[in-house]
Design a protein around this ligand. Structure first.
Ligand code: PLP
Length: 395
């Protein structure tokens, strides 16, 4: 079956919800992937910030193979050692106190929202409402969609679960105005990812923390895209000196296997036996992968690499802006980087870059996002910048 046959079969049998790039990926190694015809691409998408160790990282592959051959799934009716060990590592790495494992980011946010509602019932007179941000993205399940501050994702699925309001991002007064006696939490991404890499100002995030403290609200930080070392610290909010009461993780948490986690302080951890559960969440296979991912991040100094190579990438993009005059701006932190184009031709740029052997993705008509593996080198960045430079100069 040729790549075209695979794509045709997909159109026939798969629900038409994804706008996919016209290649069928076959294998990967480090920061590169190959399609079925053997064409190589430098991968600055990394499965949308998932493949933090790159593709086919030997230690991760070894851990998964060993665990798969030993014990893959148990359910949560029993204890399993990788789950407990991974949870303990996350507690140590983040300074949070309790962990619950899920299977995806949306499910982690659903869990965080349930946790906040339970906290409201127990400690805040039944307060249940959550203030989130405009242009936020928290996932595709109905409640995560209700939390998401983007009408385009919500409109086809209304009515959505109640209890959410959306404040302008980076504006504390907007949160203050939306806070009522029914409010139990504020939920924010420290860096908005899906809407095009918009970082929170440090001052804003600290002021939100102080507002939550003043009003007895929980601060839920969605670090699903910004976490796992991508911006130079394990959690992006850490470098801004802000601690959430609840933190959600997914994407790169287990290096590429599907997993999510909710972390909470002891006080915010309000679940009681029977309140929540997941058949697959925190299974031995994904947790063994999670442990291997944390070890590799530590052993290979990948958070420092994210800071160093991320700065190099941003610098290179700013040079391209000066050289070509086509870029409006480049922004980001660590290896979470975006460029805005002067004109809405991001989809064309994505196509032309791919034809030049580079994978990037657009988060809007004029915005390109780059969230590469944390293992990326400056030489690989140079290669990516050269392709981008060619595409921009041909415009
Ligand atoms: N939260 C944020 C900040 C995200 O970027 C995403 C996915 O892009 C999600 C939640 C949803 O994660 P998932 O696709 O694993 O459900």
């Amino acid at each position: 079956m040729s790549m075209n046959d695979v794509m045709a079969l997909e159109h026939q049998v798969y629900m038409p919800t994804y706008k996919r790039q016209p290649i069928v990926l076959a294998r990967g190694e480090g920061c590169y992937v190959w399609d079925e015809e053997g064409t190589r691409y430098l991968d600055l998408v990394a499965g949308i910030a998932v493949n933090v160790l790159g593709h086919a990282h030997p230690a991760l592959v070894r851990a998964i193979k060993e665990q798969a051959g030993t014990l893959m799934h148990t359910s949560n009716l029993y204890y399993n050692r990788p789950q407990v060990e991974f949870a303990e590592m996350l507690v140590r790495w983040t300074g949070m106190e309790k962990v619950f494992f899920t299977n995806s980011g949306a499910e982690a946010n659903e869990t965080a929202i349930k946790l906040a509602r339970k906290f409201g019932k127990k400690h805040r007179n039944g307060a249940f409402a959550i203030v989130t941000a405009r242009q936020s993205f928290h996932g595709r399940t109905l409640t995560a969609l209700a939390a998401t501050g983007q009408e385009k994702y919500q409109a086809p699925f209304t009515p959505l679960p109640p209890g959410f309001s959306h404040a302008v991002y980076n504006d504390l007064d907007a949160i203050r105005r939306l806070t009522t006696d029914e409010t139990v939490a504020v939920m924010l991404e420290p860096i908005q990812g899906e809407s095009g890499i918009h970082p929170a100002d440090a001052q804003y995030l600290r002021a939100v923390r102080a507002w939550c403290d003043e009003r007895g609200l929980l601060l839920i930080l969605d670090e699903i895209q910004s976490g796992i070392g991508r911006t130079g610290t394990y959690l992006a909010a850490e470098s801004l000196g802000v601690r959430g009461d609840i933190v959600t993780l997914a994407k790169g948490l287990c290096g590429g296997l599907p997993a999510g986690a909710v972390l909470a302080t002891g006080e915010a951890s309000s679940f009681e036996p029977g309140d929540h559960g997941s058949t697959m969440g925190g299974g031995p296979l994904v947790c063994a992968a999670g442990i291997a991912t944390l070890h590799a991040i530590e052993d290979e100094g990948l958070m420092a690499n994210a800071t160093r190579v991320g700065a190099y990438l941003l610098d290179g993009l700013r040079k391209l802006k000066r050289d070509t005059g086509i870029l409006a701006r480049a922004r980001g932190r660590g290896l979470m980087v975006a460029i805005d184009l002067e004109e809405p031709w991001a989809p064309d740029l994505v196509n032309q870059a791919r034809e030049g052997g580079l994978l990037v993705n657009s988060t809007g008509p004029s915005t390109i996002r780059m969230v590469p593996p944390l293992t990326i080198t400056t030489a690989e960045v140079d290669e990516g910048l050269a392709v981008l430079g060619d595409v921009l100069r041909q415009r």
